[in-house]
Ligand binder design. Sequence first.
Ligand code: SF4
Ligand code: SF4
Length: 340
Amino acid sequence: MRPLWWLVVWLAMAVGQVAVAQEAAPAPPCYKIPSAQEISSNEVISAYRQQSCPQQFVPESGGWLAADIAMLAAILLLGCVMVWRHVHFRRFWIPAVMSLLYFGFIRGGCICPVGSVANLAIGLRHPELIGLSTGVMFLLPLAVALIMGRVFCVAGCPLGVLQHLLGGRRPLKIPVVPHAILRGLPVVALLATAWLALRGTCFLVCLLDPYKTAFFFGYGWIQRGSHWLQGGLVEPGVLFVGDLTAWGIFAAAVLLGLWVYRPFCRFVCPYGVLLGLFSMVAFKRRQIEQSQCVQCGICEKQCPVDAIVRNPQTKQLTISSYHCIQCNSCSSSCRKNGIH
Ligand code: SF4
Ligand code: SF4
């Protein structure tokens, strides 16, 4: 249980940021990722990170808007085909790396369907503040979840990919009671994100996200590199993008991830709650064919998110559509071909 202390450290630091956000100077008028020219100075990067509660949004430029939507649609389509055809889970690196490179490092982790939860909460009061790409980013993975479950989690989410890549290979089995409590945290995060966004306090989901520091680090270096290649000036001697708090939260989450598979996805992500609810009524839900199942338990051990549970009375194994991220690990490992 000791690794779970890293969860406490990470959440405590994130909540500390909320308190700072409450006392901070009035929120900036808009949320804006710095351009290649602007990012050559570190003050701009610090100012970017302090935009914890934007009040309005810069209109998305036509080119990026189309590229964002097209890329998300392409990744989700590829993910759906792979889930449908029960492609081996190791092959999911193809859409996953596309998502990490594009939404993580080229777009700097923003815009992202996970963060769009807060934008949409503000939009309940001010619909005019929801940009087209924010709306599509929010709705498209949910629409896919209605058809095939949480394909976005396995194939399209840059946060999920990064956790998978940075995760340890021997995940800890969390005891039943703490596990049940931890699994309730995303619901609290969803309600708190919506409430704080509606009050105009902060974008809690962005403060809780430990991985955006890494995305912005990559984005910063890509932007600095392209600026330098175009003959622009780049501040010398600056190796790190981000501040100590941001890197501290990142380090706590990575350390936790060495023992707990996808800790943000399973115990924090508010968007995962919505994806899970939509997946429960999906057209194609993953199921165990009871007539073929010999209850060997291999799939139960393979499932990285503990979505397969055994009924203590009947000993039958069933899959929770809410928690299943459609990774195909169980169907790839079932020797009786009993998972569809
Ligand atoms: S649970 Fe949230 S963070 Fe994890 S992969 Fe799904 S949407 Fe992304
Ligand atoms: S039940 Fe578990 S192993 Fe099977 S697809 Fe879902 S998440 Fe993966």
